[in-house]
Design a protein around this ligand. Sequence first.
Ligand SMILES: *[C@@H]1O[C@H](CO)[C@@H](O)[C@H](O)[C@H]1NC(C)=O
Ligand SMILES: *[C@@H]1O[C@H](CO)[C@@H](O)[C@H](O)[C@H]1NC(C)=O
Length: 196
Amino acid sequence: MASWLRLSLLVFALLHAVLLLPNLVHCGDEEDSLLQGINSYRQSLNLPDLVKNDKAGCLANEVADQLEDQPCISTPGPMAIAPGSRTQISNYHDLLDKCSIDEKTTADGVILPVCVPKLVPTLVLTNYTHSQYSKYLNNSKYTGAGIGKEDDWMVVVLTTNTPTGTFAGAAALSSRIWANQCLVVLLVGVFLSLLN
Ligand SMILES: *[C@@H]1O[C@H](CO)[C@@H](O)[C@H](O)[C@H]1NC(C)=O
Ligand SMILES: *[C@@H]1O[C@H](CO)[C@@H](O)[C@H](O)[C@H]1NC(C)=O
């Protein structure tokens, strides 16, 4: 291949890599390995795997954002979603709007936050499986999960198969953007490996 072409491809790839670097952490990662850990725990209890739910994941990220400045308590307890008991998340409606989730589809879900300094993966997992949260993970009613994190906070949102727990609505823009950026990074990687 002509060397000028090779050079311009390399510059193109490097530019993308630099621009996208801060977002690379969003492509597969701590959240996915936590879901795998939770699913191994479910398998040991003879329960089906939880399926990744992107909208619930978007909500989990928004809730984690809000918890960031709160005192770090390892398992603060589940956050109620059902109308009337929703005292812990003041702007719940705004968060649902941001993630394009129809509120009617969330009543059966549950939000489980944990705080672990530096989010040490083994500690995060045991904070879910060896705490009051284990009874939620050991419940066949829950079929899906969305996971988000911010700073020392990890948030798992469990979803159900019932109409009041699927976390459905219009497609969430933010998760689509991340998916596209991950795709670009992948393509650049493929490009670079072809060059060699
Ligand atoms: C949960 O995380 C805290 C750190 O925040 C750790 O000290 C504790 O041992 C963990 N608990 C379990 C049951 O893993
Ligand atoms: C899980 O739930 C089942 C049925 O509710 C119960 O018999 C079992 O002891 C639970 N196991 C754990 C590890 O919580």
